[in-house]
Ligand binder design. Structure first.
Ligand code: DGL
Length: 272
């Protein structure tokens, strides 16, 4: 494996670009290959079997791009398919759950942690189990917030409808005295201003993408795989469908211009 090989990152769609942003902020000289399964998004409402199947297909696609490490930016795929991905891949695989849970435990003073995510992430209790594994006495309160995904894609970051929905979703968590809240979905960091306003300024928001990026850096350093280039890396983006307004939404998520964008045919993913 070569240091200049790219880091592979996949998500069910474009939400994982928030994780790309964290990785590039920390390691701007790394090359990135991103795959967003925009033809089959959302994963958050699909069965575990389907999420595992799609995740393995995404990983195989990225392996063909000679990636040196795989980041499962999708929280749903991390919650449901990480074990299978680790079983089948020989390169390191990093998901969102463990780094997010670790950071929440570090940040929490009272040991009461909230988690929000898609229905699949919450019903699999992925964050709750990880939090309990790290610190068994942690009290965990969870809430699925499925409407946050379309609101983030719509760009309603400061809209009264988003605030109303956030109030409804976060009502019970607010009563539980949580002091940290895991944003357990790729899209939620986009809505963090409204979430912070509604949940209150004393609650620390945990964006799993940030500690995941640090974990990627540690892994690469530990294996002498950090790119040594002094130039900015190349980021390539592959999607299984190019929806209308894709570029606009993607650039909002990433906070920079998207240059190399390609469409992947579904047959390429499913024909092994
Ligand atoms: N990427 C997904 C996640 O982080 C959100 C969108 C979806 O449901 O596929 O859980």
């Amino acid at each position: 494996m070569n240091r200049t090989n790219p880091i592979g990152i996949f998500d069910s769609g474009i939400g994982g670009l928030t994780v790309v942003k964290s990785i590039l902020r920390l390691m701007p000289n790394e090359n990135i290959v991103y795959f967003g399964d925009t033809a089959r998004v959302p994963y958050g409402s699909k069965s575990n079997e389907t999420v595992i199947e799609y995740s393995l297909q995404a990983a195989n696609f990225l392996l063909r791009k000679n990636i040196k490490l795989l980041v499962v930016a999708c929280n749903t795929a991390s919650a449901v398919a990480l074990k299978d991905l680790k079983k089948f891949l020989t390169i390191p695989v990093i998901g969102m759950i463990e780094p997010g849970a670790k950071m929440a435990i570090q940040e929490s003073r009272n040991g009461i942690v909230g988690v929000i995510g898609t229905r699949a992430t919450i019903s699999n209790r992925a964050y709750a189990n990880e939090l309990k594994k790290i610190s068994p006495r942690t009290k965990v309160y969870e809430r699925a917030c499925p409407l946050f995904v379309p609101l983030a894609e719509e760009g309603w970051l400061d809209h009264k409808v988003t605030e109303m929905i956030a109030k409804e979703y976060l009502k019970e968590l607010k009563e539980k005295n949580i002091d940290s809240l895991i944003l357990g979905c790729t899209h939620y960091p986009i809505l963090q201003d409204i979430i912070q306003k509604v949940i209150g300024k004393n609650v620390k928001l945990i964006d799993s993408g940030t500690p995941a990026a640090h974990l990627v850096e540690d892994y690469l350093n530990g294996r002498q795989l950090r790119n040594q280039s002094v130039h900015q890396g190349i980021s390539e983006f592959y999607v299984s469908d190019v929806p209308a307004k894709f570029r606009e939404i993607a650039e909002r998520f990433l906070g920079r211009k998207i240059i190399h964008l390609h469409k992947v045919e579904l047959e390429e993913l499913t024909n092994e």
